[in-house]
Ligand binder design. Sequence first.
Ligand code: MLC
Ligand code: AMP
Length: 539
Amino acid sequence: MRFSALPLIIQYRVFCIQSKAHTAVLKITYKVSYTMPNPLYDALFAIHAHNDNKFISDPIEKQQLSYSAFVQRAAQFSNVIQEAGLQPGDRLTAQIGKSVSALALYAGCVQSGVVYLPLNTAYTASEVEYFLNDSGASLLIADPEAQAALTPICDKLGASMHTLSKNGLTGSLIDLVELAETSSKTAERTEDDLAALLYTSGTTGRSKGAMLTQSNLLSNAQVLHKLWQFTEADVLLHALPVFHTHGLFVATNTCLLAGAQIIFEPGFNTDRIIERLPFASTMMGVPTFYTRLLAEDSFDKALAQHMRLFISGSAPLLADTHIEFEQRTGHRILERYGMTETNMNTSNPYDGERKAGTVGFPLPGVEVKITDAETGEPTPQGDIGQLEVRGPNVFKGYWNMPEKTAEELRENGFFITGDLAQIDTEGYVSIVGRDKDLIISGGYNIYPKEIELVLDEQPGVLESAVIGVPHPDFGETVVGVLVADSDDLNTAKVESAVAESLARFKHPRKLIVLDSLPRNAMGKVQKNALREQYKDLFS
Ligand code: MLC
Ligand code: AMP
């Protein structure tokens, strides 16, 4: 059982060596075909079963966990998941803090073949209810502080719940994990089986579950590992949340493939990051990380001298930030572009020129084209159009939403990203805008429609328009423009209603009341006019 996660050949070799029947090994090797019972588990975790190198460490607090110890911990989580009755293909939802246990839970899901559905810790109970209900998840792992609010929801939906504390050290889940065996049966999976379900908000206000297969995740990690030249000598300073593609897949899977070490920070605290930078060789972040570092006088060349690579993504990195960063540290940030539905699509080169304001070239194996939104036909070289991508990284479709899937994922495999882009004569892709009504605040996607639906329901509100405006820290932030239908409009009450139903990062940082919304001749709200009018609100 201990080696059941390994390819059959290796299992047999190990078995033969253990039983001292060395002579049988070669004969058997040629008879048994090479099977990969769980490609993602084998590539990311099983290979580390005997790796005693550091996986997670903290150079300041002098803590560390080896790869082999982590694999054993993951097996304990896998056993608990299986003992809870979850079968391969079932969904497990987690709204938990960033901890080693959160990573082991992810690994335990991969090992047991259960589809992992991580949720932003900022989501309110009503948001969690939507995800639980839509995904049909049978088990929710939640913070003990959220237990009282989430228990009735689980009861209503027939899901079970376990708790896990923010630091991952206590909770009913840990009580079971502590008792579980440190080896576990590995569920057989194919590359096309789902590994994760990640929700992304939609323009209609309803979040969509992006179905990510084992090969979506694995192929992307393999490409990034090679392209960005990660090795076991690397130490990644990891300050991203682990409920999104960036922190969970791009950062973690790439390190797992390389056998690199991770300094696993609970969040982005500038002082703690500055303290740990000298021990790291690489960092991945959203642009806010880099602007926050640049705001510190102590952030200089000396502090970054051991670094090999800074990577940015999830939101546009201003060319000014790129240039200032290079002047300050001598490092050119490598900007890449991706999405929940597609993992990573493009990247600036590791060795070649990293062009500020661009997201580089399509990744190996990924096709990118710019098309006309009306006709779907490719646009002439250099023109702006909608960006479409195709490759092994592109998701399988939206969970239980065949129509939405058909709208965005063409039959020929190209996914319409909703981003507007152009490609220069050297092949560098630039994201120049969005065809979708979307705000990206500090790397979190916010769909205005979702907020407008809540605002419109409030007493005294006739209608609303939610826009994104420039923000010095978050890149963009949310502003709500309201039209009153009576004297009853009380913006403080509106704010508390929003707070009850939507995660904090989606809350409008300002509510503005107008007599009417600007509209074009067709009656459509002119959000561009509002964005222009309020563009300096936070500068
Ligand atoms: C926190 N707050 C935010 C916010 N993050 N508000 C708007 N936008 C955000 N992104 C709220 C807090 O709740 C708090 O509310 C206030 O803003 C200030 O908090 P803070 O302490 O300054 O925030 P902090 O905890 O430091 O978080 C900021 C951040 C974080 C930028 C470090 O948001 C972050 O880690 N973002 C990364 C998101 C990410 O991983 N995206 C990848 C998606 S995958 P109050 O009540 O105190 O005012 C993807 C694909 C791809 O996009 O290509 O990668
Ligand atoms: P998400 O749905 O959270 O995965 O966010 C994906 C979106 O983030 C993309 O569609 C882009 O709009 C945006 N994005 C990601 N990386 C970049 C980047 N480097 N530059 C500009 N936008 C980006």
